[in-house]
Design a protein around this ligand. Structure first.
Ligand SMILES: [Zn+2]
Length: 145
């Protein structure tokens, strides 16, 4: 423990630190530079996720058009650049069936394609239960329509 503290090096430039054992940086410049880089990395990641979600939402909206729901082939979504691992919410249905939301639009995997659902149907189920995890009955209501 003591050895580790004596050999502490600056988290920014890696230079060995002298003096107080709780020091993490040589100076204010190193501290600020390190913190700014951390923040930039985080912001970049947030931007990337936000862009993917926005794009997914737009693709669902475009494919749905004026319909309340439709079924499309998975390859079509992929062609549009849909990223299946980005969604805002998952609703777990009976028998393990899952329903993914990208904001107010949603989709689920069917044996014969991807079913896309629009605002209206999802809003109905949300109004009854604003909680993150929807009760199973609400999901069944969506499919029953
Ligand atoms: Zn330094």
């Amino acid at each position: 423990m003591t050895d580790q503290m004596q050999n502490q090096s600056c988290r920014n430039c890696g230079k060995q630190l002298k003096g107080r054992s709780d020091k993490k940086f040589c100076n204010d410049y190193c501290r600020n530079h390190f913190n700014n880089c951390q923040k930039a990395g985080t912001n970049q990641y947030i931007r990337k996720v936000n862009n993917a979600l926005r794009k997914n939402r737009k693709i669902l909206e475009n494919l749905l058009g004026n319909n309340e729901s439709c079924i499309v082939d998975k390859p079509l979504l992929l062609e549009h650049g849909f990223l299946f691992h980005y969604f805002t919410q998952v609703i777990g249905g009976k028998g393990g069936k899952q329903f993914y939301l990208c904001y107010e639009f949603g989709y689920s995997n069917m044996s014969h394609g991807i079913r896309i659902l629009g605002k209206g149907k999802i809003k109905n189920s949300r109004q009854r239960s604003p909680a993150l995890q929807q009760p199973v009955s609400d999901v069944n209501d969506i499919y029953a329509q």
